[in-house]
Design a protein around this ligand. Structure first.
Ligand code: FEO
Length: 396
């Protein structure tokens, strides 16, 4: 069912309360999500984005209940990823000649995914626009690498709506659609989780793109994202937040992440946490067992942190595979300007701290000298080293 957003602009997306993971199983979804698509009915009828393939039949059926599909003058595909383009094949079976406005990279991704080079693509780039009647036009802004090479935003003049696609979104279901109707704690957590886990690697581009959008001097009344809430009450609040997050964001927090075999490394993790709290009571300390806690949520905490400590016992001349996989993901997210410390127990060969140190350096962390490498179960002298680790992480 369509939902009015402003004047002749309607939401026609899908709110997915059942979604548990995204990007395969790579991103945990704890509070639902949505795929937001929009219908503009001026002299021209325009569809902006679609939904993920599993919901395509329902999406097309809903559209058909609102309009004759042949009335759609063109589609704007802001992004080729399947969660927004998944209904195109079904839709284009019904209206095969409809023009699709998108970037040159989006043509590549759509043809690569759906194998329909004959679709009526109209390639656009930043600054291009198209009249939709009643004095209104759509202006296109390429959002290259935010977060795919094909990403784009579309601006509707007069109504002052920025259809931003993935940017400024969240995996978060809000039946009322709007950010001002959502639980603010959940909303801001999910917005940060989305940024930390999807957009952080592209932070330098985020900052540059926001500067570019601001320099266009376009009034923005509404930011209509493709996931989660629509921002209508002070929509620039999320833009300002992205700007802040894009500049090597950190809070007064230290996150400790570890895995353990027989609890020795776990005890060291808690001792380091205790020492940080003793030395700096204002610093937030969070401690996670990597195997027992959601990796995307831990990364959100890492994003907020000024420093981290990572622990693993030695096993098979290496570190635990759970910690190894977690470090791969950490490297992918390209965090900057954060310190790290290493710790862990071993029985005989003891390669763990050296490997952790190397892996964290490769992930872009500045690894402090003090560490705890503990033979068998921690003794008093091992626990005493936690103070030096805590001091180094706090910069004392
Ligand atoms: Fe929501 Fe990049 O797709």
């Amino acid at each position: 069912m369509k939902r009015k957003i402003k004047n002749n602009v309607y939401w026609v997306g899908y709110i997915d309360w059942e979604l548990k993971t995204f990007h395969g199983d790579d991103y945990s979804v704890n509070h639902g999500s949505s795929q937001n698509a929009y219908l503009i009915r001026e002299e021209k009828t325009v569809l902006i984005d679609t939904v993920w393939k599993p919901h395509s039949e329902e999406f097309v059926k809903n559209l058909e209940s609102e309009i004759n599909l042949n009335e759609i003058d063109f589609i704007v595909a802001n992004h080729g990823e399947i969660d927004h383009s998944g209904a195109l094949p079904l839709l284009l079976e019904k209206i095969p000649d409809v023009p699709i406005y998108c970037t040159a990279n989006c043509v590549k991704s759509l043809v690569g995914q759906y194998h329909h080079p004959e679709w009526n693509f109209k390639v656009v780039k930043t600054g291009d626009s198209v009249d939709i009647g009643n004095g209104k036009k759509l202006i296109f802004v390429e959002m290259r690498m935010l977060h795919w090479p094909d990403s784009m935003a579309t601006y509707l003049t007069h109504d002052n709506i920025l259809f931003s696609n993935d940017a400024f979104g969240q995996h978060f279901a809000v039946e009322e659609l709007y950010a001002d109707k959502a639980d603010p704690c959940l909303l801001w957590y999910e917005a940060m989780k989305y940024y930390a886990n999807i957009l952080n690697p592209f932070s330098p581009l985020v900052k540059k793109k926001i500067d570019e959008i601001i320099s266009l001097n376009l009034p923005i009344d509404i930011i209509a994202t493709s996931h989660g809430c629509i921002w209508r009450d002070n929509p620039l609040q999320i833009v300002n937040k992205y700007y802040e997050w894009s500049k090597d964001y950190q809070e007064n927090q230290i996150t400790i992440a570890y895995d353990t075999m027989w609890e020795g490394t776990m005890k060291l993790a808690h001792k380091i946490g205790e020492e940080i709290t003793k030395l700096s009571p204002d610093t937030t300390v969070k401690i996670f067992n990597i195997s027992k806690f959601d990796k995307n949520d831990i990364m959100t905490e890492v994003f907020k942190s000024k420093a981290i400590a990572v622990g693993s016992p030695t096993v098979g001349g290496d570190i635990l595979s759970s910690v190894g996989g977690w470090l791969d993901f950490l490297k992918e997210l390209k965090f900057k300007n954060k310190k790290a410390a290493v710790f862990g127990c071993y029985g005989w060969s003891g390669e763990n701290t050296k490997i952790l140190r190397e892996r964290l350096q490769k992930a872009g962390f500045s690894v402090v000298e003090p560490e705890i490498k503990c033979n068998w179960n921690p003794r008093l002298e091992d626990f005493k080293k936690a103070e030096d680790v805590a001091k180094a992480l706090l910069g004392l």
